[in-house]
Design a protein around this ligand. Structure first.
Ligand code: RB5
Length: 168
């Protein structure tokens, strides 16, 4: 499974440690670090949500892990990208059930909320889960996708300034 990671300055240290630790723990995972590097304390979480959201939505990774200070802003922004189903999960139950029931494809973490061990456990629960084949879950996600199709149109011209900000 290919897992892509991205973070703003609030999440860069946790991301780095998470990728390092996971690399030494699970050789079945292909880990792709899309940055940022945390060097700019004025960087903006939506830039990284857009970068990772597009990467996952385009199929370049199977799932994504997005980290900011709380996980909240990153999740809000990522969910604006068509094809992304992101949520903050700071417990392993939600990180797994978010995939099983809701087909979550981006796990968001808050580096100011969780430590490295809970972050690792959350990612393991996330990548170890698969979307249920039960009709009730498929029906519900289909309704989510219908809402997205009706309301989620992206105007690319409006994104020019945003994509320019996601350089590191
Ligand atoms: C950055 O200081 C912080 O606001 C951001 O990382 C995140 O927590 C937003 O939700």
């Amino acid at each position: 499974m290919r897992i892509a990671f991205s973070s703003d300055h609030g999440g860069a240290d946790l991301k780095r440690e998470l990728v390092d630790r996971l690399a030494s723990m699970d050789s079945r995972l292909t880990l792709i670090d899309l940055g940022g590097d945390g060097s700019d304390p004025l960087d903006d979480y939506p830039d990284f949500s857009l970068r990772l959201g597009r990467f996952v939505a385009d199929g370049a990774a199977d799932r994504g892990v997005l980290i900011c200070g709380s996980g909240v802003g990153a999740a809000i922004a990522a969910n604006k990208v068509t094809g992304v189903r992101a949520s903050v999960c700071h417990d392993t139950y939600s990180a797994g059930q978010g995939v099983t029931h809701d087909d979550m494809n981006i796990l968001c973490l808050g580096a100011r909320v969780v430590g490295i061990e809970l972050a690792i456990a959350g990612v393991q629960a996330f990548v170890g889960a698969t979307f249920s084949t039960e009709p009730r879950h498929r029906r519900r996600v289909a309704k989510v996708l219908a809402i997205e199709a009706a309301h989620g149109q992206i105007d690319e011209a409006q994104l020019d300034g945003v994509t320019a900000g996601a350089a590191r």
